[in-house]
Design a protein around this ligand. Structure first.
Ligand code: GLN
Ligand code: ZN
Length: 824
């Protein structure tokens, strides 16, 4: 046997985001069930063929998903929360061939029968839920909670379990269970695939208790459901084996978390042993690859090393050399194979193949080539599709340094061929001329990148060196600032001031104007005029809704990071470098390739224009340095913290410019601070130190009476509370509507002193929140927070919503504030 070129997962969207377009058209009622089913078959077949053509032998299936792979498993395992029962029942009357999809999307996006499908035309297709609602019964149900997938920018749907949770294998909208259907579909196309299943332990530990009477007190509590869950795995895996699967990939990414710190390595080990002995008994002759990724396994290796499985995948990019050799040593005493994830699935840089060959060489020497697989570090879900469309957009010097998913698979395939021809040591020469050229080009582009003058800016370097400690703090503490701010902001009500998070509907019209402008079909002057009209309209609507602190609406921004990247030096933009964020939503992270600086003000004009239209305070709207860093592809030749401070200085200059122009409230969004947390607790302090410092560097250059807002898209603060307090924002708006209200307890428990706006409604869903719902939430908050500190606002920006639902929601929201004020 030889070394196997393998892949763990491929991006789902398609080269031109075909999946996004298809699914959104389906939601808008423009594509039928059958058309959607046919459409995704084409996408899947394309991707399988593409991987095969790159020379990959272990090609994944069931890595595809219509919305999210964790949601796929929730649905597949029949773990549908009771509140979706009405949707489940309403499906009975509809197209039976695809029964299940409506419930599936309802869990992902929420569902409201009274929702008018006609609103689809007013904004993105997201606004409508275009499935035929032929039921007379009114259904109104929100979406399930969404969380960041480990430390990526991908979001998964959080499984919910009740104390008496049962599971059953379902077809979930397919003719047979989805993994089986996909396997057979590939097989019919002549491609043997390796089905990917989220492992039982990760599936459970990623979930939460939906039972307030039985909350989880430890992260391991969900393991009580293992007994009930395993039969579902065994019947699924048995079906896959019967369908002819030779290898099955079972993903257990939680093995890269700090399981041992909870003192529970034995618990986890027992759970893995139970799960995999049961699985093995069901499929005695299928090869099982247990995949871990996103970090080091460290001592968790003990929980899996003796399992009855055939191979373990490790993320060799994020595993240190010593750790790697530890693992290899331990594996060498077993019969396991090792899948080495040497190609970074999380970035866009071409690998240095020489270094990768050296890693492979060490492993092969120890294990022998029959026990080695070569792979990307993790699923390529987190990397864009291919460089095909980039020639026209990315400058050639930089393009030469890049590799997206398809190119990464080429690297995997090259490394495998090299290893199989035993060409692992210098001088590296290949009999195959094509391989020789490929390798020589790779080495040449590494060398060029290392010394490129495009990357180094002496002015930026010296500014970083001249930063002083007082640049990390405000002049006075919050209580003094609050007095100064309330004196300046005379139009603010004393209690429950209302605001929004920044963006307003990015309608088709807005997106069309931007794309016409980018394509040169609309002049800069006309585009500018158009944006100003949008701002006028947005300000007028906010005044009509009765909001207190207004925003300009972010119509000029495609994306909160891309916009800043476009205005900063040191960035490049791709034409097509899309990565899935959640559901059909994709982001196109800019690439930081060199030192970052701000050539000129970035937001001043539209903010001051918006302010000129109203006597209410206009909030300046910026993205914070950590978020810009976190949502960009970052260079790998200097520490992340250095790049972050470079960005912070650019934002600081913008903040000061806004203040000089008379702007009294400035919001610096940092939705990504939490997601940047390292996966291991032992690495947290160092990260929180530099990241919060960077935020402070960006935000503290102002006077006391300038109110600094920040926004974060999560509400889980318990473990990072000190860091949040240290950010010392005057007003912090947070996501809260989808989370358990008790999460705010952290603010009470630790005595949070500054103002705070916990989001009152979920902007990811098209449903319109009622006054009662939102008022109830504020009343609950009042149990934990002083009324003087509370702001009234939505969960996040409104860009994905339509206008009519936005106006209706905001009017209700302002009413909440008005009604509450009258009671105090
Ligand atoms: N200001 C941004 C907006 O409103 C914030 C988005 C975010 O936090 N993700 O869209
Ligand atoms: Zn947000």
């Amino acid at each position: 046997m030889t070394i196997i070129a393998s892949n763990l997962g491929f991006p789902r969207m398609g080269e031109n985001r075909e999946l996004k377009k298809l699914v959104e058209a389906y939601w808008a009622g423009k594509v039928t069930d059958t058309e959607l089913a046919e459409g995704i078959k084409v996408i899947r077949a394309d991707h399988w063929n593409l991987q095969k053509n790159q020379g990959i032998s272990h090609i994944p299936s069931n890595d595809f998903s219509l919305y999210d792979h964790v949601l796929d498993h929730i649905h597949l395992f029949g773990a549908i929360p009771a509140r979706y029962q009405a949707v489940v029942e309403s499906e009975v009357t509809e197209n039976t061939a695809f029964r299940g999809w409506k419930t599936y999307f309802a869990m992902g996006r929420g569902y409201q029968t009274s929702k008018a499908a006609s609103e689809a035309s007013s904004a993105t297709a997201d606004t409508a839920f275009g499935l035929a609602a032929s039921v007379s019964q009114k259904i109104d149900v929100g979406s399930m909670e969404m969380k960041k997938w480990f430390d990526t920018n991908y979001h998964y749907i959080v499984p919910e379990f009740t104390a008496t949770q049962t599971f059953s294998l379902t077809n979930s909208g397919y003719s047979q269970p989805k993994p089986v259907q996909e396997f057979l579909e590939a097989k019919a196309n002549g491609i043997e695939t390796r089905p990917v299943i989220l492992g039982p332990i990760s599936f459970l530990l990623l979930g939460k208790s939906a039972d307030s009477a039985h909350p989880y007190t430890s992260r391991f509590d969900a393991l009580v459901h293992l007994e009930a869950l395993l039969p579902v795995y065994t019947s699924l895996l048995t079906q896959l084996a019967q369908a002819g699967a030779q290898w099955i990939q079972i993903d257990e990414p939680i093995l890269c978390l700090d399981l041992e710190y909870q003192g529970s390595l034995d618990t986890i080990k027992a759970a893995y042993t139970k799960a995999f002995t049961t699985i093995r008994a069901a499929i005695p002759s299928v090869n099982i690859l247990l995949a871990t990724y996103f970090g080091e396994i460290r001592s968790n290796i003990q929980a899996i090393i003796n399992l009855p499985i055939n191979a373990i995948h490790i993320d060799a990019v994020r595993t240190s050399e010593t750790e790697l050799s530890n693992i290899v040593n331990q594996i060498s005493t077993t019969t396991l194979s090792l899948s080495i994830g040497v190609i970074d699935g999380r970035n866009i840089w071409k690998s240095n193949l020489k270094n990768k060959l050296a890693i492979i060489k060490n492993v092969v020497e120890k294990l022998g080539s029959s026990r080695v697989l070569v792979a990307p570090s993790c699923s390529l879900l987190h990397s864009p599709h291919s460089l095909n469309k980039e020639v026209a957009k990315v400058r050639p010097e930089v393009l030469d340094w890049l590799a997206f998913s398809v190119e990464k698979l080429q690297e995997v395939s090259f490394l495998t061929k090299a290893a199989n021809s035993n060409t692992l040591v210098e001088p590296i020469t290949f009999a195959d001329a094509e391989l020789q050229v490929y390798y020589a080009q790779n080495q040449e582009s590494q060398a060029k990148r290392a010394v490129s003058p495009l990357i180094h800016n002496p002015a930026v370097k010296s500014r970083i060196e001249s930063v002083t400690p007082d640049m990390f703090k405000r002049i006075n503490p919050f209580p003094a600032r609050r007095v100064a701010q309330r004196t300046r902001l005379t139009t603010l009500p004393a209690l429950f001031p209302t605001t929004t998070i920044g963006s307003f509907p990015q309608t088709r019209e807005v997106r069309l104007a931007r794309s016409n402008f980018n394509a040169g079909k609309l002049s800069a002057a006309d585009y500018d005029k158009f944006i100003r009209e949008q701002i006028v309209n947005c300000v007028k609507i906010q005044e009509e809704c009765g909001l207190d602190v207004l925003v300009h609406g972010e119509f000029e921004r495609n994306d909160m990071v891309e916009y800043f990247g476009e205005n900063l030096e040191g960035y490049v933009f791709t034409a097509n470098g899309w990565v899935q964020s959640y559901g059909s939503r994709c982001v196109k992270p800019p690439i930081i390739f060199g030192d970052v600086s701000r050539p000129k003000p970035m937001t001043l004009e539209y903010t001051t224009y918006a302010q000129s239209l109203t006597t209410k305070p206009m909030k300046g709207m910026l993205t914070g340095p950590v978020t810009i860093l976190q949502w960009s592809f970052v260079r790998d030749d200097i520490p992340r913290s250095t790049t972050c401070n470079q960005i912070a200085l650019a934002i600081r200059d913008e903040v000061v410019d806004l203040e000089k122009a008379g702007i009294a409230c400035i919001q610096i969004d940092e939705p990504a601070i939490r997601e940047g947390l390292p996966m291991r607790a032992s690495d947290w302090d160092a990260y929180l130190k530099w990241s919060v410092d960077s935020f402070l560097l960006s935000s503290t250059g102002v006077r006391d009476d300038t109110q600094i807002h920040s926004h974060m898209c999560y509400s889980d603060f318990n473990d990072i509370f000190t860091a949040i307090q240290r950010m010392d924002t005057d007003v912090l708006t947070i996501e809260n509507s989808k989370s358990d209200l008790k999460l705010l307890k952290a603010f009470e428990k630790y005595g949070y002193t500054n103002e705070i706006g916990p989001g009152l409604y979920d902007i990811h869903s098209p449903r319109i929140p009622t006054i009662e719902d939102m008022k109830y939430r504020v009343e609950q908050m009042l149990k934990d927070l002083a009324k003087e500190l509370i702001w009234v606002n939505p969960d996040c920006g409104l860009k994905t919503r339509g206008w009519s639902e936005t106006i209706a929601a905001l009017k209700n929201m302002v009413q909440v504030s008005v009604q509450l004020r009258s009671t105090f």
